[in-house]
Write a protein that binds this ligand. Structure first.
Ligand SMILES: C[S@@+](CC[C@H](N)C(=O)[O-])C[C@H]1O[C@@H](n2cnc3c(N)ncnc32)[C@H](O)[C@@H]1O
Length: 228
């Protein structure tokens, strides 16, 4: 099936609100737990960059799971960053190590902090030009930075996309069902992601299909990748 892009930013306040209110607890805690499995034996220290952080649920979960880290979440949607900051204001001390920045990838200034890990969930399929994700990762990584990108992959046809919506979002509000369907159509096939990585000089990262709709890109940036 041909890719059909969707709007990059989730900047409609109702859409952002619906997304922030959805129950992603199980899915997001699985993502955070799986990180430790991909990078075993490391007590993570330093700064984590969460690209396309939305309302920040994964940023909060990473901060809770890695108490020696601070997390910077970045998103281009004003509505999403407002929700993330509201949650930070409610979180008390739990929000102290988390900063949210409103800005568009790839242009958003993110300073020169050496990130220990760069993570991203469900951003890649939003990007009309996917290379901006890999370029942003390369710009802000150093040799040794752990990269962890989770996203949907595109099903083989519209019927398969509709089936996934029925299986995983049957009881969700219509706005979330619509977004999930559009996201499946906008997502990349695993081989397309592999081609993106090769074009970016990031062949050291590997792509793995982990469910009937998700893939993971993970690996550690090497000296050669950083210098190429
Ligand atoms: C599906 S949401 C995922 C949010 C979050 N990572 C999560 O897993 O809950 C994708 C987010 O990427 C943001 N986004 C899309 N394109 C972007 C860009 N070029 N720069 C910054 N943020 C972008 C959208 O505004 C949206 O909040």
């Amino acid at each position: 099936m041909k890719r059909v892009t969707e709007p990059e930013l989730m900047d409609d306040p109702l859409q952002a609100e619906a997304y922030a209110s959805a129950d992603f607890a199980e899915a997001h805690s699985r993502i955070v737990d799986a990180f430790v499995g991909y990078f075993p034996g490391h007590q993570l220290r330093g700064h984590i960059l969460d690209l396309g952080c939305g309302p920040g649920d994964i940023s909060f979960r990473f901060a809770a799971c890695h108490p020696e880290c601070s997390v910077v979440g970045v998103d281009g949607s004003k509505a999403m960053i407002a929700l993330a900051n509201q949650r930070k204001a409610r979180a008390g001390n739990a929000g102290d190590r988390i900063t949210f920045i409103e800005g568009l990838i790839p242009g958003v200034p993110l300073g020169t902090v050496p990130y220990t890990a760069i993570i991203s969930n469900s951003l890649l399929h939003h990007l009309h030009e996917p290379q901006v994700l890999w370029e942003t990762i390369l710009r802000h990584a150093r040799a040794g930075t752990k990269i962890y990108v989770v996203d949907l992959y595109r099903p083989e046809d519209h019927a398969a996309a509709r089936r996934l919506v029925e299986v995983y979002a049957a009881d969700e509000p219509e706005i979330l069902r619509r977004d999930f369907y559009n996201s499946l159509l906008a997502a990349f096939e695993p081989r397309e992601v592999e081609a993106q990585l090769a074009a970016a000089g990031l062949e050291g990262l590997s792509v793995a299909v982990i469910s009937d709709r998700h893939l993971v890109v993970h690996g550690v940036i090497s000296e050669e990748e950083k210098c190429s």
